[in-house]
Design a protein around this ligand. Sequence first.
Ligand SMILES: [Zn+2]
Ligand SMILES: [Zn+2]
Length: 151
Amino acid sequence: MTSKKKSLSPEEQARVLGELRRDVETRQKSYRERALQMFPHLCASCGREFDGKRLRELTVHHKDHNHDNNPPDGSNWELLCMYCHDHEHEKYLMAGHSGGSGGEIQLAPSIFSPFAALDSLLKPAPDEAKIEETARTTNEGTASPPDPSKP
Ligand SMILES: [Zn+2]
Ligand SMILES: [Zn+2]
């Protein structure tokens, strides 16, 4: 009879951790693989070509610096050699970016406009509603009969 353990043994924990790590690696590898299939094997910045063993030096850069943003059309990817990739991130940090807007994110403004449009659709003319309300309140406030002294 085998006893059921509630907690994982250290070996099992190590195995689960290893699997998780492998999962992340696989994910990163898969987008790199996809990017390499999609783009010509050269650095988008310095234009050097990479093939064979040197292909390892070609890395996938995320244009918006968000490594979780991996659209299937590759629009957030750029192939950069390790040196240009480093430089790209230095530039980003030097410009004082901390995950905010500006810089490369301006390359894809179309992503944001649909939501702006949707926002205005959901909240139709909030100003008009306010004006109407104000008008009603004003009418009630001055509900007294018109001044008879006026012609
Ligand atoms: Zn380069
Ligand atoms: Zn990068």
